[in-house]
Ligand binder design. Structure first.
Ligand SMILES: Nc1ncnc2c1ncn2[C@@H]1O[C@H](COP(=O)(O)OP(=O)(O)OP(=O)(O)O)[C@@H](O)[C@H]1O
Length: 270
């Protein structure tokens, strides 16, 4: 591993701070099994305050699972998650928000979706109205405020999901393949909203398969392979000069089938 911040022997409070940022979320030896299969096999990582971390890796590597565990939607079988050095609790979860690949919207209007999310967080009256107005304007959805959310286009629904999450003013935003089903224009719109949110200090953890997106948005990259971290470090290094075989194979467009298996291109060149 490249990064001394991932030293497992250190406790969160004594961890070195990569690039000077404070650790916001620390994951230590996280494991998760289901149906007798170990799906996460001891993941360690540190998310720094204000950073943008991209989680990458092939289908079934455990990316979404890791996100759901970090957001407290699932309980780990083993391992710890620390929020600002203390075990994760309710307050930490309230300081986080998540956007899923398929927008999860209520069968109500755009406006009602925003109202509901903010009411759950205890906001009402002027404060709520102000945030809703900002969210609608930011997403370019002011003219659609009274439309049922579920009849919006895919791109509009995802923009609504994102500004709804941002209206809650989270410290950390998880995004699970937020642009997987979107066209280039909608993808750019989402990426710009993510970058603007990050510029305002919101920490970003985003799962993607898109190499271009990783280059556009990535600051740190964590590459998962078969429930383990194959490699992690600054995006510029991991994406262009990977040290591990799974990431090298991904960069070169080869199919990595495991440590003891020749790749398809290896076979072709024999
Ligand atoms: N709650 C769960 N219970 C049982 N198995 C699960 C659960 N969540 C995920 N899995 C399994 O864990 C493995 C990893 O799933 P996950 O969704 O994290 O993969 P992924 O890396 O996000 O893949 P993709 O890129 O295809 O979305 C899969 O085999 C999946 O079926």
């Amino acid at each position: 591993m490249r990064d001394a911040a991932f030293d497992m022997t250190a406790s969160p409070s004594t961890l070195p701070q990569p690039n000077g940022g404070e650790p916001l979320l620390d994951v230590r030896d996280l494991r998760f099994s289901a149906g007798g299969e170990q799906l996460l096999k001891g993941v360690d990582l540190t998310i720094r305050k204000g950073s943008r971390t991209l989680i990458m890796g092939p289908n079934g590597a455990g990316k979404s699972l890791l996100l759901r565990l970090m957001h407290g939607l699932l309980q780990p079988e083993h391992g710890r998650i620390f929020w600002q050095g203390a075990p994760m609790g309710r307050q930490a979860r309230l300081a986080q928000a998540m956007v899923f690949q398929r927008p999860v919207l209520l069968r109500r209007s755009v406006l009602a979706n925003l109202k509901f999310a903010l009411s759950v967080r205890g906001l009402s009256g002027k404060a709520r109205a102000g945030r809703i107005e900002t969210a609608l304007a930011t997403a370019g959805l002011s003219h659609l405020a009274r439309r049922p959310a579920r009849v919006l286009s895919g791109g509009e629904q995802q923009r609504l999901s994102l500004v709804r999450a941002l209206a809650c003013e989270p410290e950390l935003l998880f995004l699970d393949e937020p642009t997987a089903n979107l066209d280039p224009a909608s993808t750019v719109a989402i990426e710009n909203l993510v970058l603007e949110a990050n510029a305002r200090g919101i920490t970003i953890v985003l799962v993607t398969h898109d190499a271009g997106q990783a280059k556009r948005l990535g600051e740190e990259v964590v590459f998962l392979q078969d429930g383990q971290v194959a490699e992690k470090g600054p995006a510029g290094e991991v994406l262009t000069n990977p040290q591990s075989e799974p990431v090298r194979a991904w960069r070169d467009g080869r199919i990595y089938l495991g440590p003891n298996t020749r790749t398809i291109r290896d076979h072709a060149s024999l």
